[in-house]
Write a protein that binds this ligand. Structure first.
Ligand code: GTP
Ligand code: MG
Length: 333
């Protein structure tokens, strides 16, 4: 069984918590981080953040793989491995592209121009395209962890193991999208891209779970529909800062058109909605749909109805997150 989790908006939808929840609840044998680089931070539970190792580390039974399409900073990976004590179950693909100091320097221009996070991910990928980047198998300190992730995952599928692929960022940051370009990341951020990043074919995918936040959020500059002004920010009382950048995030209403587009282009089969408790008072920690407030139920039902009409592959909103802890979850599967 193989599932992919992707972001439906601009990233930071709460994929870290959703992946952590699924890794534990469904006891995935493998959790694979696909795509992005150390610019993409995930918060699994409060105080437990990762940027390179999979959010599934929270399940001690899961093998943790970093796919070849992921850009890595060896120092950052090794720090996270040590911090969470997961050295015996991490595998890093031989082919991962390496970030060097010069890439971080080169990104300063992108930070100014398009609001990049500044971790060197884009310039390292550019060097990969130019066939001059270093790759993981050249890095001595990564040696104990090196593996062929594509082989491991394809073998796991053959054996009927459970594999969860964790995509990064969100649909609207896709490099090839014309509406958001150039305020995008250095690759596409869709299920197909993440599958390619791992080295698996389209037929291997059973479910694609698209994660939306109950409101939209965006770090840095670039187009954003229905952005909140000062008054609306005050009304909801929500303030967010970037996991890696620490920058104040821009916030906006749930964008139905963007949600539909990302559902269709990912062939999303299921969806999760996070942070319902932040948007509507009285829903914190709720575990049953019936116990949500009327306005929260109406909000979720309206989106569910709209998305079901939008795609023949979509089976419904299956997970609703009502707080930062893994238990703060309504599971409708
Ligand atoms: P991804 O990049 O998508 O993995 O998400 P992130 O970790 O960058 O998301 P975000 O920064 O938006 O999440 C930040 C905080 O929200 C973290 O502290 C999470 O623990 C917390 N969080 C996640 N889901 C929920 C939720 O449903 N309700 C509340 N109140 N907090 C949540
Ligand atoms: Mg994030």
């Amino acid at each position: 069984m193989l599932n992919i989790v992707v972001g439906g908006f601009y990233g930071d939808e709460g994929k870290g918590k959703i992946v952590g929840y699924l890794a534990v609840k469904d006891n995935f044998d493998f959790v694979v981080r696909a795509g992005g680089g150390p610019q993409a931070g995930h918060t699994v539970i409060e105080g437990k953040k990762v940027t390179q190792i999979p959010s599934g580390f929270i399940n001690p039974n899961s093998r943790l793989l970093i796919a070849r399409g992921t850009i890595i900073n060896p120092e950052v990976v090794l720090d996270e491995i040590e911090k969470y004590g997961v050295g015996d179950r991490v595998g890093i693909d031989y082919g991962c592209t390496i970030i060097e100091q010069k890439h971080i320097e080169q990104e300063k221009e992108l930070v100014k121009r398009i609001g990049s996070v500044g971790t060197g991910t884009g310039p390292a990928r550019a060097d990969r395209v130019l066939r001059k980047a270093r790759i993981a198998k050249e890095i001595y300190s990564l040696k104990p962890y090196l593996t062929d992730v594509a082989d491991e995952v394809n073998e796991a599928i053959k054996k009927g193991k459970k594999v969860l692929i964790e995509g990064v960022q969100g649909y609207a940051l896709s490099l090839l999208d014309h509406k958001f370009y150039p305020y995008v990341t250095s690759q596409d951020t869709t299920a197909s891209q993440f599958a390619a990043d791992v080295g698996i074919g389209p037929k291997t995918i059973d479910d694609v779970l698209v994660v939306y936040k109950a409101y939209a959020s965006r770090v840095g500059i670039g187009p954003m529909n229905f952005e909140w002004d000062e008054e609306k920010r005050k009304k909801y009382g929500i303030e967010e800062r970037g996991t890696v950048s620490g920058r104040l995030r821009r916030l906006g209403d749930f964008d139905l058109d963007l949600a539909r587009e990302s559902l269709i282009r990912n062939t999303g089969t299921q969806a999760a909605i996070t942070c319902i408790d932040r948007l509507f008072n009285g829903n914190s920690g709720i575990k049953k749909f019936d116990e949500l407030t009327e306005e929260a139920k109406k909000f979720v039902n309206r989106i569910d109805y709209f998305l079901r009409k939008s795609s023949p592959y979509f089976k419904g909103i299956k997970i609703i997150s009502t707080g930062p802890n893994l238990e703060d979850t309504i599971d409708l599967r």
